[in-house]
Design a protein around this ligand. Structure first.
Ligand SMILES: *Cc1c(COP(=O)(O)O)cnc(C)c1O
Length: 397
C-alpha cells in the first residue's frame, strides 16, 4: 500500500476507537451504558420529516446550486439576523453536508504550508486533524478549568506569531460544556483585528444552553471582526438532525466563494431532500428545542451532582452542549483491581471493560486529566452508569 503523506499524518480518532469497542461488547451481549455518544437521543421532529417526504413526493430530487438553494440560504440569513443580530447577504452563506464539512471547506480555503492555526485545548477532536490535512500547523493553547476553559488574552498573545492564520473557537464547547461570555470574546476579537488573523467560530451548540446563559457570536461585535470571522453552525444538535448531513457557514464573500468552489469539486450540493427539511427546521415551529433543552438540563444537573459526590472527582458545571467533563486525574498512579491507572485512556478502558460504562478519554481532546461523559442518553441509563462508575472508583487502592 502506498498512501499519501497526508493520509499517513492522520490518526484514527480515539473517540471512534472507544465507540467501536463499546459497540463490539454490546453486540457480544454485554450490558454497556454508553456515555460516549455525541448526538441528541431525541428523534428529528415530525414537521421536519414531513417536509423531507414532501420533497421526495414533489420530485425535488435533483442537483441544486452547489452552496444550497436560494430558499435555504434565505432561511439561514434570517436565522443569523434573528438569533445573532448578524446581517449577511446570500453570497456570504454556504450550506454544506454538515458543520464538519463547512469547517473542512474553510480549512481548505484558508490553510496551507507555513500557516499556524491556534486551537485552545480542550478542543473538539476534528480541529487539529483538519489543519494537518491542509498542511498547516495546529498550535495548541492549553486553557484552565479556573478560567472556565476559556482562552485568556495573555495565553493567546504568547502564541500569536507572524504565521498565525486563524484561531478556532468553539462556544459552547465540546467537550467542556463551557462557553465564552461577551467580555472574553471582546478581548479575543481585539487581538484578531490587531494581528490580522481569522476567527473560525463553531457555534453548533448555541441553542443548547443552561443556567440562563445566553450565547453570543463573536462576529456580532463589530464590522472589523465580522470581516475576519467565519461563523459555522448547523442543525445536527439543535434539531436532532445528525444523520441528515447539513451545516452552514457565513463569512466574507471571497472566502465563501472559495469554499463553494472547493465544495463544487468535492461533494457538490448537500442532499436536495435535506435542504427542504432544513428550510422547515429553520422556519417552522421551534417549540421542540426548549423541550429538549429542559430534559438535557435535568440530566445535566443530576450527572454533575453525582460526579461531584464521588470521592476525588470534581466536575465544573457546564452551561452548554450535552457533556460533563469531570477531572479524574486524582486516581492516576493508583491501582484498580490490581492494574495501575496512569491516564485517561487507562481509566476509560478500565471503566468499559470492568464496569460496562463507555466514556471518552480526555486525551482525545488534548487534556489527559479529564474524561467526557455525554448526557444525551436516558435518565435511567445515567443513573445506572453513575452507580457503576462510583462503584468502580471505590475499588481504587
Ligand atoms: C457535532 C459537532 C459538529 C458538527 O456536526 P455536523 O453533524 O457535521 O453538523 C461541529 N462541531 C462540534 C464541536 C460538534 O460537537
Amino acid at each position: 500500500m502506498r498512501l499519501s503523506e497526508r493520509a499517513k499524518a492522520i490518526k484514527p480518532s480515539p473517540t471512534l476507537a472507544m465507540d467501536a469497542k463499546a459497540k463490539a461488547l454490546k453486540a457480544a451481549g454485554e450490558d454497556i451504558v454508553n456515555f460516549g455518544v455525541g448526538e441528541p437521543d431525541f428523534d428529528t421532529p415530525d414537521n421536519i420529516k414531513e417536509a423531507a417526504i414532501k420533497a421526495i413526493r414533489d420530485g425535488f430530487t435533483k442537483y441544486t446550486p452547489v452552496g444550497g438553494t436560494d430558499e435555504l440560504k434565505t432561511a439561514v440569513t434570517e436565522k443569523f439576523r434573528k438569533d445573532n443580530n448578524l446581517i449577511y447577504e446570500k453570497d456570504e452563506i454556504i450550506v454544506s453536508c454538515g458543520a464538519k464539512h463547512s469547517l473542512y471547506n474553510i480549512a481548505e480555503a484558508l490553510f496551507g504550508p507555513g500557516d499556524e492555526v491556534i486551537i485552545p485545548s480542550p478542543y473538539w477532536v476534528t480541529y487539529p486533524d483538519q489543519v494537518i490535512l491542509n498542511d498547516a500547523a495546529p498550535v495548541i493553547v492549553a486553557t484552565d478549568e479556573q478560567d472556565s476553559f476559556t482562552l485568556r488574552p495573555e495565553l493567546l498573545k504568547a502564541k500569536v506569531s507572524g504565521k498565525t492564520k486563524a484561531l478556532i473557537l468553539n462556544s459552547p464547547s465540546n467537550p467542556t460544556g463551557l462557553a465564552y461570555d461577551r467580555k472574553s470574546l471582546e478581548n479575543i476579537a481585539e487581538m484578531a483585528v490587531k494581528h490580522d488573523f481569522y476567527i473560525i467560530s463553531d457555534e453548533i451548540y448555541e441553542k443548547l444552553t443552561y443556567e440562563g446563559f445566553s450565547h453570543f457570536s463573536i462576529a456580532s461585535l463589530g464590522d472589523e471582526i465580522k470581516q475576519r470571522t467565519i461563523v459555522v453552525n448547523g442543525l445536527s444538535k439543535s434539531h436532532a438532525m445528525t444523520g441528515w448531513r447539513v451545516g452552514f457557514a457565513a463569512g466574507p464573500k471571497d472566502i465563501i466563494k472559495a469554499m463553494t468552489n472547493i465544495q463544487s469539486q468535492s461533494t457538490s450540493n448537500p442532499s436536495s431532500i435535506t435542504q427542504k427539511a432544513s428550510v422547515e427546521a429553520l422556519t417552522g415551529p421551534q417549540d421542540f428545542i426548549p423541550k429538549m433543552v429542559s430534559e438535557f438540563d435535568r440530566r445535566r444537573k443530576y450527572m454533575v451532582e453525582r460526579l461531584n459526590k464521588i470521592k476525588g472527582v470534581s466536575c465544573i458545571k457546564p452551561v452548554g452542549a450535552f457533556y460533563a467533563f469531570p477531572k479524574v486525574s486524582f486516581c492516576y498512579g493508583k491501582m484498580l483491581n490490581g492494574k495501575s491507572v496512569n491516564s485517561s485512556l487507562d481509566l476509560s478502558t478500565y471503566l468499559l471493560e470492568r464496569a460496562g460504562v463507555a466514556v471518552v478519554p480526555g486525551m482525545a481532546f488534548g487534556d489527559d486529566r479529564y474524561i467526557r461523559l455525554s448526557y444525551a442518553t436516558s435518565m435511567e441509563n445515567i443513573k445506572k452508569g453513575l452507580d457503576r462508575i462510583e462503584d468502580a472508583l471505590s475499588k481504587l487502592e
